[in-house]
Each structure stands twice: as structure tokens, then as C-alpha cells.
Ligand binder design. Sequence first.
Ligand code: BES
Ligand code: MN
Ligand code: ZN
Length: 502
Amino acid sequence: MFHDGYKPLYFVTMRNWTWKSVDAIDPSTSDVFVVLGLEGLPSGELPGGSSAIFRHKIKASLELQALGEIKGFEWVEAEGFRALVQAVGEKPGLDFSERLRLAAAEAIKATEQRKCDRIVLLADQIPEAKVALLLEGWWLSSYRFNSWKSKPSPKSPDFVVAVNHEKAEEIGEILNHLVSVLECTDWVRNAVNEPGSILIPQVLADRMETFTQANELSWKAHGRHALERDGYHGLVTVGKGSDHEPILGVARYKPENAKPGVHLVLVGKGVTFDTGGISIKPADRMWEMKNDMAGAATAIGALVAIAKAKLPVEVSAVVCLAENRPGNRSVLPGDVFRAKNGTTVMVDNTDAEGRLILTDGLWEAGDLGATHIVDLATLTGAVIRALGPSIAGVLGDDESLVEMIRLSGAIAGEKFWPLPLDAEYRSKLDDSVADLKNSGGPEAGVITAALFLKEFVPANTAWAHLDIAGTAFATKSWKYYGEGATAFGLRTLLELAKRLAA
Ligand code: BES
Ligand code: MN
Ligand code: ZN
């Protein structure tokens, strides 16, 4: 009935990625097919034979959608077969790759509403790279944080990507690699979504140790005693109000074929919960501050993804883990501490804690011999006011690094926009007692936060700061992300590492 040796199948059954090659697909009426239209052409074709009417209807639907006669997707049925047909349309602000990720996510979500055993995404007529985008969109959109749900979510149908027979091996390799990256995004999202009282610094450090060591990376954690002894006073100061002691973690990846003269160090803010401390935050939506360790989790997730991809470049991650809460030993506004590099800091606002712990992370990056430092932090509410929930801020004094990050982000579907690191605002951080204070006041909050960090960046390193406060955690569903953690930045950093390795 069907073409011989028509196509191999790639099975993705929820997160259990198993793929195998089969000689022919036998379309069944218990399947639902998904066909996307790319510039009027179908992403794939149903194996031929008896289903000519079905195939004809699919083509006709795509033509009508291309003409704008049908908006959104259309259900097509014939001879007992069912398909969801959706043209990849215009979406303001989203490039073609993003529209493909999103189209796959939306089509499959709509299909899951229907009763079926299998969803078969037909993708044999498009290039490998485009198939990867479809899988990525589906994977990111089907993530669920289920650990605390009493009822398991209903079992999803099997998901099958049907690809071109000749390219089976090639596409299999690409998708295998992609899945290893996507598994890292799941790890990050699970950590960020976990409640703050569960995921205290020690628990987060343990998760990081397990995850990095499972991927043959070195891991070392420095506890409060060592931090106090060695002068890491940023972490000690922020962590003082909590019984859950601060930790500085270092994970390293150094392949034998690493490019000489390049060492990228990712520095992550890992505030496991940010109450604001004595400068306490308002109650409204304070629960979202469980996401204040997203920078640290994403740094580790990116490092593992880079290692799994076996990129020939040395990369390390330094994570600053602490809990910021009021207590009888909390740091007080007006207190002064001496940072690891000798600079003294007056704590003007205990809620500007991220930049305090990052002083230690930046120092550690220098000590590791970084040539490039990229810090990631849910650092300011101001970046949300400036750029909204969809665009992250990037600031730095190395123009080419900033541009490389913006470009890497565009490829990954993560938008970064540069803000000026303008020294004119440095005086907002001047203090009458200490060398500088930790809050620059209500204006230009993203810039003054970055200017504060700049004071602690080791000499002769290219540095960029990513403020992911708006993008790390979706307050409502966004593109192919549901509500909650997004792992925003991970895929950008992987792209960046590819460029630094080249
Ligand atoms: N973690 C917050 C920033 C934040 C706000 C992240 C909203 C995600 C969503 C950070 O520690 C903070 O409180 N920043 C202060 C700085 C201010 C006191 C100078 C802020 O943005 O208000
Ligand atoms: Mn804060
Ligand atoms: Zn914070």
C-alpha cells in the first residue's frame, strides 16, 4: 500500500528519547498527523497509496492558509485519517526559526487535545536543521513541573518525527545531540521551579554536584567556614541572616583539545530565596523569588551542555549560593564589608544582594584564570521595566563579546539587548563611609548594577553581564514556554561557547 522503505521513524515518548529506524511507516487511523506549511509547501508527505484524497486535502488546506483564507490551523480528515495542518505564519518580532519552534509547539499542543495513540509529525521534506527546530519547540513546550502534583498528568501520546530515509543517520546524530542539550534545560527548569525552603544552598549544591559529576566534570564546594576564613565576604554577608549557610561552587570542563588561550568562566547568581532581607520585599508575588538562583542553575546547565557537546574549549562555572532573609544576625543597612578584592562596600539596601555575592564569583573567575567572564543574574527589577519580560539585558566593556552574545542569542531564540555601561553614572554608587555602596538609586538601575559589578571584574578579562530577571521565569505562558522557569540563556551560552571554540 505504501512506498517501500519510505521513512525511518524517530520516536520520542515524552522524555524517554529512543529512536529507531524503520523501513516504512504504516499510517493508522489511531494516529494524528501534523503537517506544517513552510511557504506553502508541506513539511512532509504521508506515505502514498490509498490516501490520495487525504494528501490532496492537506495540500489544499495549506494553499488556502497561504492565501490567508484560513487563519490558524485546520483539521483535515479523509478515509479515516486525521491531520492537523498549520501554515507557519507571520509572528511580529519572531524570526523564521522561532516561528518554526512555536508552530511545532502549538500544533502538537492542539493535537494533544484529540484522542490518539500517536502524533506523527511529518518532516521528510525539510532540511535537517529545521527538523531540529521543530523538536526543540515541542520539547520546550511539553516540559511540566510535576513533582508536587498529586495526580500525575495524563499520559501524552507517543510523538514520532518522520524524516527522510536517506538522511536517517545524519538527522539521528543531530537530534541526539539536541536532546542532550534539552535535557540540560529540563534540569535547570526543575531546579528553578523548586520551592525555596526545599532548595536551600546545600541542596542546590548537592544537585549540582550530582549533575556535573555524572557528566565527568570536576566539582568543588566551599562552605561558610572556608569562605569566612578566605575573605569571601560578599557571600558571608548576604548569607548571615539565614541558618542555611552560603556556598561557593566551582565546576570545570577542560577537554584535552581545548583551544589554547581561551578560558570562559560563567558566573551565576544563586540566591535560593530572596526575601529582600531587612530591606524586605512586599508580599505580593514574593513567592516568585524562588527563581533568584536561575543564573547559577543556568550556568551549570550550560556548562554540562557544552561538555556533552564536547566543544574544544575550556569552560568553568562559578556559582554563588546563598539565602537572603531577615534574622537576628542579618546584615543591616549601613553595614560595611571588605570584598575579596579589597574594595569596601556599604550595604545601602539588603535587597541589592545579588551584586554582593557576585563580587566573590568574579574574583574566583579571575583566580581560575578566566580570559572571558560572562555573569548571569536575575539582578534587577529595573531590567523588566526597561526591556520587559521577553528581552534580557547585556552589558559589558568588551564590544565584541557583547555582540557575540547578542548574535548567539538570536540564533538560540533568546533575545539580548545591549544597554550602555556608561561611567557617567558611576558616581551614583559613591558613598561617604566605604569605597562604594550597593544601590545606585531609582534611576538607571540596570546600568548602576552593572557598574557595581565592573568594580570587581579582574583586570585584562573580557566581561559581559547578563541581566535575566525578566526572562528566567515566565509569569504567564510565553512563546513555547509554560508558566515558570525557562532556562533562558542556556542555549545562548552554548552558541557562544561554539564561537569561542572556533
Ligand atoms: N532578585 C531581585 C531582582 C528581581 C526582581 C528579579 C524581579 C526577578 C524579578 C534583586 O535581588 C533585587 O531585589 N534587586 C533590587 C535592587 C535595588 C534594591 C537596588 C530591585 O531591583 O529592586
Ligand atoms: Mn534582592
Ligand atoms: Zn535577588
